[in-house]
Design a binder for this molecule. Structure first.
Ligand code: NDP
Length: 469
């Protein structure tokens, strides 16, 4: 008898996802370019309904029709190579699903190319890492709706659940799913940067020890900030290095790596012309962290201010940092969701922001209580222009801005870099300001380049001869 679904690519993600699917009662065929991974997986799959195959022919013919094939291979050329090896063996109506971290423009292209062959193509974000793949990821599928309907029962079965709701919802046509996954990753960069700045201030200005930091983050995780990233941050501060006995964080080199999805998010913001400063600053913060050798040299040459003790008790400053973090996080999600709106208009995706917030609530790295609030905001007003204009978020940002201003000034006086916090506040102040100094920029552009301007008092396009009289 034939299997209900196939998985290609048996590195950590594919293997775990295949086991997850099998554990929900589906029969699964698996295939990997190099056969050792098939052998290894079969050895670890005793008692499971997993069928190993050793050629694309054997794999494709082992699947029931219409075939459902999930690719979990390296994004980029490997995905094209895998698709090309399968394509001659597929029939019209078969469904290829790419679960890799694929660039959304590749997904748009593949969806178009494959649909010319009558093959459905679903590009889906899968978030939650190795553990999520096995136990319940957040799934963001994009592609033909009718094809998604055929795999929806499987996706819903394997996804994370929050209050009984599956964290898998149809996102939109072609590249929509991968786009949303990309923005998810961008938001993740910003969440991590803002948490890191909070830590840095408490460490350098308040001199908190790793044990104290553990307490603070564990406490924060009980309130508005309740989220996976805050939870693991609390855990991290508890962990001691086996070799030296020091806190693990203190033996880890301060050079942040990246795989590029944050950069893609920023690049898309630049292409769409939408402001995304917090995520972009977070990408830059990783770049500047990786200039370690240069920073070591510069630290011997360039000086900062003498330390200034903050006013208020330690507890008050910690609470101000907590508020600064929550307000900045809100500004960051406001930017991420506004960018999805811009992309939705550009690509005609009809994204449903409340649904997206729903599936971010479980399984994925940015999962957090507060996504429920985003869902509620879009339920109140599906056309909401910016999250900060929603009644719940408006109240928070208005009442927490004083803390954010205070925390940034503590940082500035002490020479502690807080790029995420600073840009979050600038975004808030820019967004709420009726008249920005762009009138001067327009005058300059018109002066040197005759680029013209509009007037505040009448319609039309104007140019001034700036050097006359
Ligand atoms: P990798 O990204 O390391 O990819 C390894 C797999 O790709 C192997 O099965 C490998 O086959 C296959 N592969 C590589 N090159 C080719 C090629 N030219 N032709 C055919 N197959 C090829 O595996 P992961 O499990 O880490 O990730 C799988 C996908 O999931 C990636 O797109 C990744 O970005 C994404 N992802 C990963 C997450 C994670 O936490 N790791 C989280 C979410 C998504 P072989 O064994 O023969 O080399």
């Amino acid at each position: 008898s034939k299997q209900q679904i196939g998985v290609v690519g048996l590195a950590v993600m594919g293997k775990n996802l295949a086991w997850n699917i099998e554990s929900r009662g589906y029969t699964v065929s698996v295939y990997n370019r190099s056969s050792e991974k098939v052998d290894d997986m079969l050895k670890e799959s005793v008692g499971k309904q997993i069928v190993g195959t050793y050629s694309v022919e054997e794999f494709v013919s082992s699947l029931e029709s219409p075939r459902k094939i999930m690719l979990m291979v390296q994004a980029g050329a490997a995905t094209d190579a895998t698709i090309n090896s399968l394509l001659p063996l597929l029939d019209k109506g078969d469904i290829l699903i790419d679960g890799g971290n694929t660039y959304y423009k590749d997904t748009i292209r593949r969806n178009k190319e494959l649909s010319e062959h009558g093959i459905h193509f679903i590009g889906t974000g899968v978030s939650g890492g190795e553990e999520g793949a096995l136990t319940g990821p957040s799934i963001m599928p994009g592609g033909q709706k009718e094809a998604y309907e055929l795999v929806a029962p499987i996706f819903e079965a394997i996804s994370a659940k929050v209050n009984g709701d599956a964290c898998s919802i149809y996102i939109g046509p072609d590249g929509a799913g991968h786009y949303v996954k990309m923005v998810h990753n961008g938001i993740e960069y910003a969440d991590m940067q803002l948490i890191a700045e909070s830590y840095f201030l408490m460490k350098n200005v308040l001199n908190l020890s790793a044990d104290e930091l553990h307490e603070v983050f564990a406490e924060w995780n009980k309130g508005e900030l309740d989220s996976y990233l805050i939870e693991i941050t609390a855990d991290i501060f508890k962990k001691k290095d086996a070799e030296t006995g020091k806190p693990m964080v203190d033996v880890i080199l301060d050079k942040a790596g990246q795989k590029g999805t944050g950069k893609w998010t920023s690049q898309s913001a630049l292409d769409l012309g939408t402001p995304l400063p917090i995520i972009t600053e977070s990408v830059f913060a990783r770049f500047i962290s990786s200039l370690k050798e240069e920073r070591v040299k510069a630290s011997k040459v360039l000086s900062g201010p003498a330390p200034v003790l903050p006013e208020g008790s330690k507890e008050e400053v910690i609470e101000a940092i907590r508020r600064a973090l929550y307000m900045s996080k809100i500004a960051s999600y406001a930017q991420g969701f506004a960018q999805m709106r811009a992309a939705s208009e550009e690509y005609d995706w009809n994204l449903q922001y409340g649904d997206i917030a729903m599936i971010f609530r479980g399984g994925c790295i940015i999962r957090a209580q507060f996504l429920q609030k985003i869902k509620e905001a879009y339920d109140r007003d599906p056309g909401l222009l910016n999250l900060m204009l929603d009644e719940y978020f408006k109240e928070i940002v208005e009442s927490y801005q004083a803390a954010l201003r205070e925390v940034i000034s503590i940082a500035v006086k002490n020479g502690v870099p807080v790029p995420g916090f600073s840009t979050a506040l600038s975004y808030y102040d820019s967004y709420r300001t009726e008249t920005l100094p762009a009138n001067l920029i327009q005058a300059q552009r018109d002066y040197f380049g005759a680029h013209t301007y509009q007037r505040v008092d009448k319609d039309g396009t104007f140019h001034t001869e700036w050097l006359e009289d």
